[in-house]
Write a protein that binds this ligand. Sequence first.
Ligand code: KIV
Ligand code: ZN
Length: 514
Amino acid sequence: MADSNKLIIFDTTLRDGEQSPGASMTKEEKIRIARQLERLKVDVIEAGFAASSQGDFEAIKAIAGMIKDSTVCSLSRANDKDIARAAEALAPASRKRIHTFIATSPLHMEKKLRMSPDQVLEQARQAVRFARQFTDDVEFSPEDGSRSEMDFLCRVLEAVIDEGATTINFADTVGYAVPELYGTMLRTLRERIPNSDKAIWSVHCHNDLGMAVANSLAGVMIGGARQVECTINGLGERAGNTALEEIVMAVRTRKDHFNLQLGIDATQIVPTSKLVSQITGFAVQPNKAVVGANAFAHASGIHQDGILKARDTYEIMRAEDVGWSANKIVLGKLSGRNAFKQRIEELGISLDSEAEMNAAFTRFKELADRKSEIFDEDIMALVSDEQNSHEQEHYAFVSLSQHSETGAKPSAKIAFTIAGKETTCEGQGNGPVDAIVNAIESTTKSGAELLLFSVNAITTGTESQGEVTMRLSKAGRIVNGVGADLDIVVASAKAYLSALNKLHSKTEKLNPQV
Ligand code: KIV
Ligand code: ZN
């Protein structure tokens, strides 16, 4: 049994976070995030749902083969096929966990599963028994647990612990719980289930009522949970999941109250947040706790005066402790390949081959010719761009020109490749970005609906690169494309083409819960 004061951080950004519409990630993107999660020292990385697609299976397998310090986990529904697939993907892992689940609330059993409670109990039991053939680290979740009946939950959870489940994850699937009730329900389960001490208890909360973090902490303090499932930036379906950074910093900052040990390296929180936001295209709101751009900004004169006299007058955490650093000018036009390579390594980015390093360095030189100061964020964006161009190259940006003038309709001309063959097209629009999208559509005719267009400055100053996210929807699929450039029209074109590439790749992922 684990140390009773250790709080296990189970990160599900790559699984539950990815279920957020548009947040679907490629294998390479998942690998980059998994490496960063290992640097953050999370205890468990839920790398995906192996049975959802061939792509997810391969991503989990690759992550399992390269992550050494964290346990790698795959989700699976409670059936042999899913579990065997999870086990196969996890085979290379030094430490592996199979996470299986089935819904236990009357509503889900009757309307979704169309199964009787006894059938659900039997399936849960069999799933855990089968999973134990592959690993002795098996987690079981009663989906919609917080809306399930206590007596039935006790029967199911006792049975799965008997079969060898080592973690029981009490899921608040629809974010319905309130802290006191959720914590008390968990405590009651632990008190009533005779073999409850054979498992570690975990919380998994969704944020529909904005209480995911509060509910998780109540589950820990009232219910005795010693694992929290969470995601970076609170990414996740609907209103998202419990935010990892908030849990970690609450437990650290209020150690006097929680008195729990964490294995996390908090200085990696902000770099991880930025990476996830950049890869998924989900911007972090400025006032977001811990990782928002304003989280440590003091605008009011009174506060600034207080901070100057004594930091702790208005600061309960130090920005540098969570990895905020003043934007550092790391490289410039005169920096050589070695300096670039060293910075890439310091940022924890691993490029697979010399050829990739050379390509990234060429991009860096091009950027440095146009921008005098290159920040870490610039390097991260150019590496993403480079990796995107490798993975999904059906459409690839070449060049563009555009004209806009007060009183005239903007026009744009773009060259891009389609399956390696260059094409040029023109368009007009209500603004330069509209013109470029119309130009691309005149050829690609994707017919996709644009759900979101957002532009963010990557760093400070008007010399900053703009990072554009375009979210497209077509035939029920939603994808995000991200592009960065000093010219925001070019960034928009890249983002649009990147989203089209994702639509083109046709990788369908199954949602485990639907
Ligand atoms: O929210 C949920 O119930 C889940 C389960 C699969 C654990 O994500
Ligand atoms: Zn969930």
